[in-house]
Design a protein around this ligand. Structure first.
Ligand code: KG4
Ligand code: ZN
Length: 375
């Protein structure tokens, strides 16, 4: 049976239901399974996370140096029921208490996306609750409105209002977006080759630091000299807001081909610090240009926001915070556990979409590719 048919059969019971947008308090179960985290959360429209379970498959993929899609799909199958049940139990809620179910419907590794999506569809169908098909990138893009702070490491939750300028940097994507509203994303710049997360992961792999690379490179960089190695800054000082990270990655490979492993601790720290400084410079250069883009000038966003797994990076946060101060706008970043993939961001995007009446009314085929600009 092909995938489309399977989805249509299972979606049959949802067809024809109308759910209008509403201002009433909303309780949402969100499910995320697009990569190597099986996660679920129960979130309310007052921005409270009642429960949140993240089952990370990282240990299962580590020995392969990256995510193996087939293994990821199998691990999602084994984990999904338990993750959802534990999330309900931790919030002391039953399925009947929920107002809406949301799940990632793409983009991502399609095997994993299908598992979370079918679980959500089953729950929605058996309970008669509305269902929201969430774009994973929209989850990252909107989660700062659920929880963000105005400075790195600060405690107080702030309100992130539309429009905002967003640096979305994850393992699979690297984009500067003007976020005008729910479902309204204007692409200001994007990577022409690798994402920032991919660059961190590949450089870590070259150094033998394991997977995922971002956290360990970040840690080593904090002990190193950012001027020790001269990495290129592709596209910097050129007009536009696009990124290119493949040149930085190639430079890393060329440097390392001249030096015999094993590398000393100091060498690794200096190498990571120099590589990370190049990535930070590129991000700041491109964001600087974004503030000069006529669409951004006209929209006059009051907040510069960072989101996605790479938003955990301490140097990127610090540099973006300084840029925001120079540009006279607020800086906002989600707490660390809401940067990498998680169910709470899907639940929150589910709530924002549900409030606008954007629920599933006809069969939805999960999509491995689904640009934010096609929402
Ligand atoms: O958003 P995410 O969890 O998954 C995708 O949607 O792709 O992002 C994962 C990426 C990985 O590439 C990982 O190395 C990177 O986020 N990452 C970091 C840090 N923590 C995670 N990159 C740089 N610095 C970090 N501290
Ligand atoms: Zn992600």
């Amino acid at each position: 049976m092909n995938e489309d048919k399977l989805i249509q059969m299972n979606m049959g019971g949802l067809q024809g239901k109308e759910h209008k947008g509403s201002d009433k308090p909303v309780l949402c179960l969100g499910i995320e399974s697009s990569c190597d985290e099986t996660s679920a959360a129960i979130v309310d429209s007052d921005r409270n996370i009642l429960s949140h379970i993240i089952y990370s498959q990282i240990p299962e993929h580590q020995k392969y140096g990256g995510v193996v899609p087939e293994l990821a799909a199998r691990a999602h199958i084994l984990a999904i029921d338990e993750v959802i049940n534990k999330t309900l139990a931790a919030a002391e809620k039953k399925l009947e208490d929920l107002d809406v179910i949301a799940a990632t419907a793409g983009p991502g590794l399609i095997g994993g996306v299908l598992i979370g999506w079918m679980a959500a569809t089953g729950i929605a169908q058996s309970t008669g609750k509305p269902l929201v098909a969430v774009n994973h990138l929209e989850g990252h893009a909107l989660v700062p409105r659920l929880h963000a702070t105005a400075a790195s490491g600060a405690d107080g939750k702030i309100d992130v209002n539309f429009p905002y300028l967003l640096m979305l940097a994850s393992g699979g994507h690297c984009q500067i977006l003007l976020v005008r509203g729910v479902g309204q994303y204007e692409m200001i710049g994007q990577t022409l080759d690798d994402s920032a997360g991919e660059a961190f992961d590949k450089v870590a792999k070259m150094l033998g630091l394991g997977y995922p690379g971002g956290p360990v490179v970040d840690k080593c960089a904090s002990q190193g000299n950012p001027k020790a190695f001269k990495f290129p800054r592709p596209l910097c000082d050129k007009p536009g807001c696009d990124f290119s990270f493949s040149g930085i990655k190639t430079a890393a490979r060329t440097f390392l081909s001249r030096i015999e492993a094993p590398y000393s601790e100091q060498f690794i720290n200096d190498f990571c610090a120099s590589f990370q400084a190049a990535v930070v410079d590129c991000i700041i250069d491109r964001l600087n240009n974004a503030f000069k883009d006529v669409r951004v000038i006209n929209a006059a966003p009051q907040t510069l926001v960072v989101a996605g797994g790479v938003a955990k990076n301490s140097a990127i946060r610090t540099a973006m915070e300084q840029l925001a101060a120079q540009k006279n706008v607020l800086f906002a970043a989600p707490p660390m556990n809401l940067c990498t993939d998680n169910g709470a961001m899907i639940a929150w995007a589910g709530i924002e979409n549900y409030k606008l009446g954007k629920v599933v009314k006809e069969p939805v085929a999960p999509r491995p590719r689904w640009p934010l600009t096609e929402l």
